[in-house]
Write a protein that binds this ligand. Structure first.
Ligand SMILES: C[S@@+](CC[C@H](N)C(=O)[O-])C[C@H]1O[C@@H](n2cnc3c(N)ncnc32)[C@H](O)[C@@H]1O
Length: 292
């Protein structure tokens, strides 16, 4: 029997490492999540792009990656149109650590970013801020995350990642638009993957405070009605486990709910040897408007 590469069980391999350091990114779930995508689709959309773990895993033949956050989209467009320039952006800032204090450099660059939001500074901040916590003050978008304890990756290491990510995303168009506008671009036969900000657990992350999940559900319903398939990630952790229960989910909007797992957290496994607790599984919820 001949196996086709387009078989239902085709798997996707995530990039070896992240281009941007981003708390809550889907890197470790990416291979599993993508397994539930249909093998046939026209354009792949990721309208809450963040650090792009899923679109880089899918590496679509045709894709649109978008996010409402402008400095982030400057980075993605630079990756696509001028990858060497992106490495320069990083090198100019990272090389300062050779003869300047890390915290001082970090605070300088954070101040420059806060004065004038721009992709070049933001790139360095994502790589060097504490825990990859990209957090902004609600009133004026001020980034306050302190300097991380780690050393930001070497320029050579970053450059290798740029090559891999540029290649994986060569067929992707990057747009700085609201998710609603991205949804409106999707046509019958397209696939949209959504990883929205979670208003419960990430209230001050990435402007999540203004996010209204109900409106997203309306857009998902409209998309489904015109033949677009949608996969939606919802935080699988207990804290927001009942998140969707309070929401008026249109009946029959989703056809499948999957708990995507990457295994048990190592720490838990050690402490709780011999006991298996479902709630301790590191998992992520995925809702599909189609049958996988
Ligand atoms: C949970 S993060 C996505 C993380 C991503 N899956 C990853 O692996 O890095 C949510 C993203 O949605 C973006 N966002 C928030 N509100 C948005 C909106 N109204 N339209 C488009 N993007 C939005 C944020 O800027 C943030 O990058």
């Amino acid at each position: 029997m001949q196996l086709s590469l387009d078989s239902k069980f085709a798997t996707y391999t995530p990039p070896k490492s992240q281009l941007l350091k981003w708390v809550g990114n889907k890197q470790r779930f990416a291979g599993e999540i993508a397994r539930f995508f249909p093998t046939e689709f026209n354009t792949f959309f990721e309208p809450f792009l963040g650090s792009g773990a899923i679109i880089a895993t899918v590496s679509p033949k045709k894709g649109i990656g978008s996010d409402v956050f402008k400095p982030l989209m400057e980075i993605w467009n630079k990756l696509k149109l001028d990858p060497n320039g992106l490495i320069e952006w990083y090198a100019e800032r990272r090389n300062r650590l050779d003869n300047e204090d890390k915290k001082k450099v970090y605070e300088d660059i954070k101040a420059s970013f806060n004065l004038n939001h721009n992709g070049a500074d933001f790139l360095f901040l994502t790589r060097s801020c504490y825990g990859g916590i990209i957090r902004f003050r609600k009133s004026d978008g001020f980034m306050s995350t302190p300097c991380g304890v780690h050393n930001p990756i070497a320029v050579q290491t970053f450059a290798k990642r740029v090559v891999e990510w540029n290649n994986r995303l060569k067929n992707v168009e990057f747009l700085n638009i609201d998710y609603k506008d991205a949804f409106d671009l999707a046509k019958e036969g397209d696939l949209i993957y959504c990883d929205p900000p979670y208003s419960h657990s990430q209230s001050i992350l990435y402007g999540a405070q203004d996010f209204d999940l109900k409106s997203l559900l309306v857009k998902i319903q409209e998309a489904k009605n015109r033949g677009v398939k949608v996969a939606l990630s919802i935080d699988g952790k207990k804290k927001s486990g009942n998140y969707l229960c309070e929401l008026p989910i249109p009946e029959n909007l989703f056809e499948e709910e999957i708990f995507v797992s990457v295994g048990r957290s190592m720490l838990r496994r050690f402490q709780m040897e011999g006991k298996t607790l479902e709630s301790e599984l590191v998992s992520d919820r995925l809702l599909l408007t189609y049958s996988s």
